[in-house]
Design a binder for this molecule. Structure first.
Ligand SMILES: NC(=O)c1ccc[n+]([C@@H]2O[C@H](COP(=O)([O-])OP(=O)(O)OC[C@H]3O[C@@H](n4cnc5c(N)ncnc54)[C@H](O)[C@@H]3O)[C@@H](O)[C@H]2O)c1
Length: 329
C-alpha cells in the first residue's frame, strides 16, 4: 500500500486514477481547488479543497498522512485560452508546479508523476511519435508543460527527484460503472461534443478540415481510454517506487482514428445519425498525432485494455446518458 497525494483528483483523469488507486488498496488524498473539477467526482474521504501553491496546506497534508508520492494532474489545459492568456498558463502550470515541487522536496517527498501532453511535440516530424522526438510546442499550454518536464530534470540532478512525465495523447471514455466521466466547461474534446450532439444539446458537430493528407481527409488522433490511462498511473507509481527510469513516457495506443471514423462509430453506439458541419481547418492542428507507446509497456507491463473505439464510445455514452448535465452540485 502506498500513500499518494493526487492533485486535481476532482477532475476527469484524476478521478479515474483515484478510483484505480483505491482499487489497488492505496491510501489516496485529493487536493483540488475545484476550479474545473467537481466535488461529486472525489472518491476518497481524504479531500482538501485548496490550491497546489498553498505551501502550508501541502506541507500539512504530507506530514499528517505520511505522503510517499504525488500524482500531479492539477493544471489549466485549454489550448485556445493559453493563446489568449499565455501569462496565466505559465503562472498556473509552470509557476505553481515549481512551488509544489519545492514544497515536496522540502518535506521529503521525492516521487512525482506528472500529467504531460502530446502538445509538447507541436507539429511532429514523424508519426508515430517517439519520446525522443523533438520537443517543439506551438502553444503556451504545451510550452508550460514542456518547461515542467525540464524543471523535473533539474530537480532530479539537484535533489534526486524520482519522476516521470506521462505524455497523454487523447484521453477519452468513462468508467464502465458510469459513476464518473468527462464534464468540462467549456467542452472542447471531440467525443463529448459528438455525444452532446446526439443528446440534442448541440445542433451539430463541427469537423475542422476535410482536406488533410489522411485516408478520409480528416485529422487522425490516438485515443486512450481514461481507465487505461488511470492504470498507467498506477503502474508508473509502483515502478517509480522501485526502479522505473525517470523521464517521459508516451501514453497512447499507437493507433489513430480519424474524426469521421469516430463519428461513424458514435452513430452505431447511439443508434442514430449525428448532424455534422464542415468547417475550415484550425490553425495548428497536425494531420496526425499518434504515439509510439511502448516505453511504459516494456518497463512495467502496462497495456491498454479498453481503448478500442467501440468501448471508448459506449462507456462515454453510458456516462453522458446517465448524467446529461454532468455532475450536478
Ligand atoms: N484530457 C486530456 O485529453 C489531456 C490530454 C493531455 C494532458 N492532459 C493533462 O491531464 C491533466 C488532467 O486533465 P483533465 O482533463 O482531467 O482536466 P480537468 O480540468 O478535468 O482536471 C484538472 C483538475 O485540477 C484542478 N486544479 C486546477 N488548477 C488547480 C490548482 N492550482 N490547485 C488545485 N487544483 C487545481 C481542477 O479543479 C480540476 O479538478 C491536466 O494536467 C491536463 O493538462 C489532459
Amino acid at each position: 500500500m502506498s500513500v499518494v497525494l493526487v492533485t486535481g483528483g476532482a477532475g476527469y483523469i484524476g478521478s479515474h486514477t483515484v478510483d484505480a488507486l483505491l482499487t489497488y488498496g492505496d491510501q489516496v488524498i485529493v487536493l483540488d481547488n475545484l476550479s474545473t473539477g467537481h466535488r461529486g467526482a472525489v472518491l476518497t474521504e481524504h479531500f482538501y479543497e485548496g490550491d497546489i501553491s498553498d505551501r502550508e496546506l501541502v506541507a500539512e497534508i504530507i506530514q499528517k498522512h505520511g505522503v510517499e508520492a504525488v500524482i500531479h494532474f492539477a493544471a489549466k489545459s485549454l489550448v485556445g485560452e493559453s493563446m489568449q492568456k499565455p501569462d496565466l498558463y505559465f503562472i498556473e502550470n509552470t509557476g505553481k508546479t515549481s512551488q509544489l515541487l519545492q514544497t515536496l522536496v522540502e518535506n521529503g517527498v521525492k516521487n512525482f508523476i506528472f500529467s504531460s501532453t502530446a502538445a509538447v511535440y507541436g507539429i511532429p516530424e514523424d508519426v508515430p511519435i517517439a519520446e525522443s522526438a523533438t520537443i517543439s510546442p506551438i502553444n503556451p499550454y504545451g510550452e508550460s508543460k514542456a518547461m515542467i518536464e525540464s524543471i523535473c530534470q533539474w530537480m532530479e540532478q539537484a535533489y534526486g527527484l524520482r519522476w516521470c512525465a506521462l505524455r497523454y495523447f487523447n484521453a477519452a471514455g468513462a468508467h464502465p460503472q458510469g459513476h464518473i466521466g468527462e464534464d468540462h466547461t467549456p467542452e472542447t474534446h471531440l467525443i463529448p461534443l459528438i455525444l452532446q450532439t446526439a443528446l440534442g444539446q448541440r445542433r451539430n458537430i463541427g469537423i475542422f478540415g476535410e482536406d488533410y493528407n489522411t485516408e478520409d481527409g480528416t485529422c487522425i488522433r490516438d485515443y486512450i481510454h481514461v481507465c487505461d490511462l488511470a492504470e498507467a498511473h498506477v503502474k508508473a507509481l509502483k515502478g517509480l517506487l522501485q526502479d522505473l527510469p525517470n523521464g517521459p513516457y508516451n501514453i497512447g495506443t499507437g493507433f489513430g482514428f480519424s474524426v469521421r471514423e469516430v463519428i461513424q462509430t458514435a452513430e452505431i453506439v447511439v443508434g442514430s445519425s449525428i448532424a455534422q458541419q464542415m468547417l475550415p481547418r484550425r490553425e495548428g492542428d497536425p494531420a496526425q498525432l499518434v504515439a509510439q507507446a511502448n516505453r511504459l509497456s516494456e518497463a512495467t507491463g502496462w497495456k491498454p485494455k479498453m481503448s478500442d473505439l467501440q468501448t471508448i464510445l459506449s462507456t462515454a455514452w453510458n456516462w453522458h446518458n446517465r448524467h446529461p448535465h454532468g455532475y450536478t452540485e
